[in-house]
Design a protein around this ligand. Sequence first.
Ligand code: PGA
Length: 250
Amino acid sequence: MPRKHIVGGNWKMNTSREEAKTLAGALKDKIGGVTDTDVVLCPPFVYLTDVAEAIAGSNLQLGAQDVYFEDNGAFTGEISTAMLKDVCCQWAIIGHSERRHVIGETDETINKKVLKSLNDGLKVILAVGELLEQREAGTTKKVVESQVKVGLEGVEKAKMGDVVLAYEPVWAIGTGKTASPEQAEEVHAMIRALLGELYDGDVAEATRIQYGGSVKPNNAADLFAREDIDGGLIGGASLKPDDFTAIVNA
Ligand code: PGA
């Protein structure tokens, strides 16, 4: 069975409240009726409610850019799974490279977030990807395999339907340097093979793997046409309604 493509818009720490509402409203008008692709908008936490209202009644889905692994308590600044579900969030991005490399999150923390989210009924976009120096040193496979393995540790096969992986080479994020479709496909195929080892052929076949890193309207179709690339996680271009629409339509 062909995998349904999934495109996420990771707005990162961008937009004002008004801009978030306007962007979400514009996307509802343009692609709110989309059925052949899952589209997930991930605004900053504080605008989740506004965006939920703006996209209500459409097929657009709502995601957070992160989540914490405790239920509640003295965790200043953190947001729980229950809070996200309270504001109609269905998805959480976990392990984005900026969380790993700017904020300093470890694979172990990321794994706790993945387990907690799945346990509490949130769907997960688990992001992985190598740094430029790791690619140049020839360790891409090792790095990505380890991120996937540790990130998914303890995740049961039955929960894998709620997991999407996002391969995002760090050197391609926000740099305008996209991985070539061949470079991306090579890593995607490797991740799919690893899922076969960790789970089985059915999970490997069914799990969606997005590509992220400077996806734009002019390169999306080429990337998404590859066998193991099932959509994208979009940063910069997700803030421009026309560009994001073109990428979803690709
Ligand atoms: P970019 O970001 O599209 O701006 O490169 C992608 C991401 O960080 O998910």
